[in-house]
Design a protein around this ligand. Structure first.
Ligand SMILES: [Zn+2]
Length: 291
């Protein structure tokens, strides 16, 4: 999906925002030297160059600078093996995410770390593919119940909690996606919506009792009543938010995140790229529409 948006010049680069009158200049927010097109952000910018410099020489040599992203991708596709093309796509996406992290959070991941992450993601992606091929499985049958995207213009938050009574630990998983199924973030706080300005939001979880309690106009008298009341207050700040129920199968990504968090497999943090523990689920769920 990133690749499609990048090739069709649909990323909110400074050049695109400037053209639409949304910002007052078109300069790259990182190097401040050139117009920030998709090609510049993901390939030509010295900061992007530092990342590609950590990768394969062949990839570096097969592209000349100053081009649109679509042309860059075509050059890579024409001259490189499939694995390198996949690595290119993953790395370009990660460079774009780093650029956003720099703008919104002021953090800037080291080039070698970006390349390592991209290689790990590629290895994971290939492993999943190999497994499917080795097991000789045909394409999996569509599940009866699948995740459904929200209506256009809304954001859907899937949430879940996983509790380990013996070790007294709990994990919360929250994943945000838009009507195209595009992954927006995985996180642990509903306040994310307020921070990001997502006012029109669907919160979907598989805990029916919680959904019913939140939607009830009566004050919740149970042990977790104070939490329910907190959620109701938080929802009022989002003028178009609703709390809905889904089957566990349609909430798989949030469930996997919650289990990962409970088992301390993943850190308590916020991601703008898909965490590996839910990568396969999110990719599979992107293939809607479904029955
Ligand atoms: Zn730049």
């Amino acid at each position: 999906m990133f690749l499609w948006r990048a090739c069709h010049n649909l990323l909110p680069t400074k050049a695109n925002l400037f053209r639409r009158g949304i910002c007052d200049n078109n300069l790259c927010p990182i190097c401040q030297r050139e117009e920030e097109t998709v090609g510049h952000a993901c390939w030509d910018c010295p900061a992007a160059n530092d990342v590609w410099g950590e990768g394969s020489i062949k990839l570096q040599k097969c592209v000349s600078g100053g081009r649109e992203f679509m042309e860059i991708f075509q050059m890579v596709k024409n001259r490189c093996e499939m694995a390198e093309v996949e690595l290119f796509a993953i790395t370009a996406r990660r460079i774009w995410i780093r650029r956003n992290e720099y703008i919104h959070e002021g953090s800037f991941t080291h080039p070698s770390h970006i390349m390592r992450e991209a290689n790990n993601a590629l290895a994971y992606f290939q492993k999943i593919n190999d497994k499917t091929v080795q097991q000789g499985r045909p394409a999996p049958k569509p599940e009866r119940i699948k995740w459904q995207p929200p209506p256009q213009g809304r954001v859907k938050i899937n949430w879940d909690a996983a509790v380990d009574g013996n070790n007294k630990s709990i994990g919360l998983g929250i994943i945000a996606r838009n009507d195209k199924g595009w992954f927006l973030a995985a996180l642990y706080a509903v306040t994310f919506c307020r921070e990001e300005g997502y006012r029109s939001t669907i919160f979907e979880g598989d805990a029916l009792q919680v959904v019913n309690d939140v939607n009830s106009t009566n004050q919740c008298q149970s042990m977790h009543g104070h939490l329910i009341e907190d959620i109701k207050v938080a929802l009022q700040a989002l003028n178009q938010a609703c709390f809905t129920h889904a089957k566990r199968e349609a909430n798989a990504a949030a469930h996997a995140l919650a289990v990962g968090a409970r088992n301390h497999v993943i850190d308590t943090m916020r991601w703008s790229s898909i965490p590996s523990c839910i990568y396969g689920i999110v990719r599979r769920e992107e293939s809607f529409p479904s029955s």
